[in-house]
Each structure stands twice: as structure tokens, then as C-alpha cells.
Design a protein around this ligand. Structure first.
Ligand code: NAD
Ligand code: IPM
Ligand code: MN
Length: 323
């Protein structure tokens, strides 16, 4: 298997090497293709990801990604958005499962549509007005709904939308309901504002959530807080041909360079890569090493600990070498 490794910016450069070391420990035969992309590269060379980089990514089976700084100005389109769209990775799968350091007991997965909505890039900009188009199609809604409905062990689907205001959400809602009925999946629907509330009030009632791109982005950071933080939250961007695995978090400029970033979200993203590749046994080994590291109290400051990224790395590798 050939894996493209794109650490990106900030703490991406600190946590992805740990995830690569973990993968190398359980998958010694894989080939790793390191590619530098992101904002730091853009500032240096005027390009965040070249055509050649993109061609090299496409020659790989899947991608391990860190995070890329995207400043709020129109200097370049975020590399992650380009990759999601150009490689048609239409499902962003974000599991939130409590562990021993989590403040709440939850176990649910958000299926976030990954290529359209307000992220479609259709924006008309003039000095005093900007029009951002929200694109929702039957095709994209149907394929994310199908993937959510086929989640192994699914108990109930929660369809999250804002159809009381947006016609685009009405289409998304109707298509999700059609798919749930067709596949005989028990479902409920919830308006996104009520969902934001219920996730705090009663998070353990959720199992499988399907929603549009921007709502999924916002709700997944909220969900990360329920399990102990962004430092523990992995994700998978899945398409029919390619898949990209990345932590939910960003480049965290506030802690970058200090050696204290929590690498577990990146490591659990590597675990999702193993599952995607059909390497269930290796994925379980990675999960066990994470569980044991947490049980030993080897925690970075985001989890209330005093340990460094390198200490967590050492502990993970110790448990992988002597399971
Ligand atoms: P962020 O996720 O980078 O950080 C939010 C907070 O969580 C910060 O206080 C940070 O220190 C903390 N945090 C995040 N990950 C952590 C970890 N592994 N260990 C310990 N603490 C962690 O969000 P932000 O600050 O809003 O964004 C920073 C930049 O990252 C922005 O430019 C944003 O656009 C970008 N971003 C990129 C991606 C991506 O490329 N996939 C995802 C999200 C944000
Ligand atoms: C995420 C990020 C990205 C998004 C940004 C960096 C473009 O927040 O993956 O959650 O909004 O999808
Ligand atoms: Mn986000």
C-alpha cells in the first residue's frame, strides 16, 4: 500500500510523524510518500500545492493528512478543500467515542456531506456585498445518506437540517428520509439549532448523525468537546476511489512549536486508515496502545496532563512493540 503523507502546517508537522511511526510499527511493508503542502509553503514559494504534488498524491492509495492553516483572506483555497473535491471524497466520517478521560459518555458518528453546501466555492464578491451560494444536490445528499444508513451496527439515524428556513435543506431532508425508508433504517430528524442544544443536554441518545457540510463542520467541533477535546477526535474523508484520514482539529497556532500537541487524534485517524484498508487486527492494536497510554495517565496539557507529544509517542510505540 502506498500512503501519501501530508503533515501540512503548525501542529500537523508534530502529530503526523507520530501517526506515521505508529503505522510503520503495525504496517512495515507500506510505502510512505512525503509531500509538503500548505500555508507555510505558500508563503515561501507562492503555491500551497503544485500540480506535480497533486499528481503524486493521486498515485497513492490513500492520504494521511495533518492540518493546514487557512487565514481568513482570499489568498488561496485551502488545500484540504481542493483534495476533498478533486478526489471526490464525498463523505466525512467523524466518530466520537468516549474514553476514560471523557467528560460525557457518548458513542456516535457524524456523517458530514463533504463536497458541496456553502463550501462549493460559488461566491460573487463586490465591495459592499458578497453572495455565497449554497449548493445542495439530490446526488450528493443521496450518497452521504446511503453511507450513513449502511454504518455497521447502526441503531438510529438522526437527520440534521434547517428545512424550516432553507429550501436547500428541504431537499437534503427529503432525500435522507427517502433513503432511510428504502433501507428500512429507523430515523428521526432534528433542526440544527435544536441539535446543537441536544448534543450538550443529552448526547448519549445519538448514534448516527447525517448532515450537510457546514453544519457537520460546526457540530463536529462541539462533539469533540464531549469526548475530551479535539486532541482525541479523528476523521476519514471517503470517496469511491480515494480516502484521506486527518484529525478533526486544525493547525493550532496557539500551541504549535511547543511540543505539547496531543497526537492521539492523528493516531486514531491512522487507525481509521487501517480499518479502511481492511487491516482490522492492526487497527485494534493501535486502539489498545492508545487506551493503555491514556490509562497510564500519559496525557498532554489539553487533557489536563503535563506530558509532551514525544512522551505520548514513546508510550504508544512501547505498547505496539510489546502488546
Ligand atoms: P484548531 O482546531 O487548530 O484549534 C482549536 C483549539 O484546540 C486551540 O486552542 C488548539 O490549541 C486546540 N487543539 C487543537 N488540536 C489540538 C491537539 N491536537 N492537541 C492539543 N490542543 C489542540 O482551530 P483554529 O485555531 O480555529 O484553527 C487554526 C487554523 O487551522 C485555521 O487557519 C483553520 O482554518 C485551520 N484548520 C485546518 C483544518 C484542516 O486543514 N483540516 C481543520 C481545522 C482548522
Ligand atoms: C475541518 C476544517 C475545514 C472545514 C477547514 C479548514 C476548511 O474546519 O475539516 O473541519 O471547514 O471543513
Ligand atoms: Mn472544522
Amino acid at each position: 500500500m502506498r500512503i501519501a503523507v501530508l503533515p501540512g502546517d503548525g501542529i500537523g508537522k508534530e502529530v503526523v510523524p507520530v501517526a506515521v511511526d505508529v503505522l510503520k510499527a503495525v504496517l512495515p511493508g507500506a510505502e510512505y510518500v512525503h509531500i509538503e503542502v500548505g500555508h507555510e509553503r505558500f508563503l515561501r514559494e507562492g503555491v500551497a500545492m503544485s500540480e506535480e504534488d497533486f499528481e503524486n498524491v493521486k498515485k497513492c492509495d490513500c492520504i494521511l493528512f495533518g492540518a493546514i492553516t487557512t487565514p481568513p483572506k482570499k489568498c488561496y483555497r485551502s488545500v484540504i478543500l481542493t483534495l476533498r473535491r478533486e478526489l471526490d471524497m464525498y463523505a466525512n466520517v467523524r466518530p466520537f467515542k468516549s474514553c476514560m478521560v471523557s467528560p460525557y459518555n457518548v458513542d456516535f458518528t457524524i456523517y458530514r456531506e463533504n463536497c458541496e453546501d456553502l463550501y462549493c466555492g460559488m461566491e460573487e464578491v463586490s465591495e459592499d456585498m458578497v453572495l455565497s451560494t449554497r449548493k445542495i444536490t439530490r446526488h450528493a445528499s443521496e450518497r452521504i445518506a446511503r453511507m450513513a444508513c449502511r454504518r455497521p451496527g447502526l441503531k438510529k439515524l438522526t437527520i440534521v437540517h434547517k428545512a424550516n428556513v432553507l429550501r436547500s435543506c428541504e431537499l437534503f431532508r427529503n432525500v435522507c428520509i427517502e433513503v432511510a425508508k428504502e433501507l428500512s433504517v429507523p430515523y428521526e430528524e432534528m433542526l440544527v439549532d435544536a441539535m446543537a442544544y441536544s448534543l450538550i443536554r443529552d448526547p448519549s441518545r445519538f448514534d448516527t448523525i447525517v448532515t450537510t457540510n457546514l453544519f457537520g463542520d460546526i457540530l463536529s467541533d462541539e462533539a469533540a468537546a464531549l469526548i475530551g477535546g479535539l486532541g482525541l477526535s479523528p476523521s476519514a474523508n471517503i470517496g469511491d476511489r480515494y480516502a484521506l484520514f486527518e484529525p478533526v482539529h486544525g493547525s493550532a497556532p496557539d500551541i504549535a512549536g511547543k511540543g505539547i500537541a496531543n497526537p492521539i487524534a492523528a493516531v486514531l485517524s491512522a487507525k481509521m486508515l487501517l480499518e479502511w484498508a481492511g487491516r482490522g487486527k492492526e487497527a485494534e492494536m493501535v486502539q489498545r496502545s492508545v487506551d493503555r497510554t491514556l490509562a497510564d495517565g500519559v496525557l498532554t496539557p489539553d487533557l489536563g496532563g503535563v506530558y509532551k507529544t514525544s512522551d505520548v509517542r514513546r508510550s504508544l510505540l512501547k505498547y505496539l512493540e510489546a502488546p
